[in-house]
Design a protein around this ligand. Sequence first.
Ligand code: ADP
Ligand code: MG
Length: 455
Amino acid sequence: METGKRSYEAFWKQAAKEVAQNISEQEFATWFRGIEYAGSGDSQITLSVPSSFVKDQFSQRYLAQVEEKLAELAGHELTVKFSIQKKTPGKAGHEEPSRGQKADDAGTRKRQHPQLNKEYTFERFIIGESNSFAANAALAISRNPGTGYNPCLIYGGVGLGKTHLVQAIGNSVYREFPDLKVAYVTVETFANEFILSIQKKTGHQFKNKYRLVDVLLIDDIQFLEGKEGTQEELFHTFNALYDANKQMVFTSDRPVSEIRSLSDRLRSRFERGLNVDLQPPNYETRIAILNRKVEEKKVKILDEVVELICRNINTNVRDLEKALTKLIAYAELVNKHITLDIARQQLKDFFAQPSQKNITIELIQKIVSDYFGLSYKDLRGKRRTKAVAFPRQVAMYLSRELTEYSTTEVGAEFGGRDHTTVMHARQKIEDRMKLDPNLEPTLQGLVKRIKENNA
Ligand code: ADP
Ligand code: MG
């Protein structure tokens, strides 16, 4: 590759070093470590990258900066070109060539993990502001399982990509590290298998299945709620794997602190490692994701239609996909090209759907205090004047109706009140509703406002 004329390698090294000063170590490790200098040409430098994915991500994030630095150093413009490394040794490639070589075997590259969906890969995961922390952590883990972020917990609302990301780790490790044993399981399956193993007296087999793996991926740990036996079993599995430096990744639809009836010792273990969250994607990311889905489905959809969907659906990626699927099905059925009008007509119900984002107690308190002309602080506070008593009861009542929080958790948000106060408030409102015909419409109006503001 070297032309012999000039080598810009030193410039590349220096440019990378300078960019590194502006970003976190983790970011640098994720995006720069796999890149190698591959040669220079006329006003051009070639970098060898592990995958098209890294190339795209690197280009989006750093190319402009890098080229600017290179121009400063060289005194003239230097264009960066990429070559994709044939094999993908990952971060461990240099230190552990045997793994990289194995991964390159034609036979092992194409194998498919029985528990994983092959579509859930990093290549198909669009990274935006809302998910970059989680995605970068997942990528880093997939390159170096068991050494860095262990355990890792990915949490976020429905349809934001938790299962996709955790399975992407599985698919990647399975492909790149053929000698590592990967297991993926949802908490529901884990619990069912556990119960079955007790019934069939095959506990030993069950234990081995999950305690002798190198990478354990457990999806939806919020479903551990109330499953004491399963929690206990998982606790021992966790300890066995943790002591052996095996990688564990969990997902949850809420932070661990909000999972109810979870044993303290298990909770503290989930919280021990890296906890990263997924947020709903912003407009630009939604567009990027939907465009990718259109591409994957090999259909033609007008840009205006993609924009229409992304403007109106801001909840999560699953809802975006649903809207797209509906349009495609319609177009196929009636054999029509999808115009903006057709899209509007067909997706009317979708767009009218209330936001699925979880309502917070804070939002309820803000709307209720605003409605009654009180300050938010007073509503949350300890003062017991008559003016705040009723609005506070309303807010407590709505908190129980509109959120999943327990009476204890609701009480805590209202000046650390006891759960019995919350129960009492609820009773009061229900009693009063029977006497006062205006109360119910008032509450309905408040619910509407809360939902409208929960975007
Ligand atoms: P969760 O497990 O958080 O409920 P999923 O992982 O099942 O969500 O994601 C829902 C759908 O959205 C899946 O089809 C997934 O592929 C897709 N998806 C989510 N996030 C992204 C993303 N950033 N890029 C591409 N597809 C995504
Ligand atoms: Mg999921």
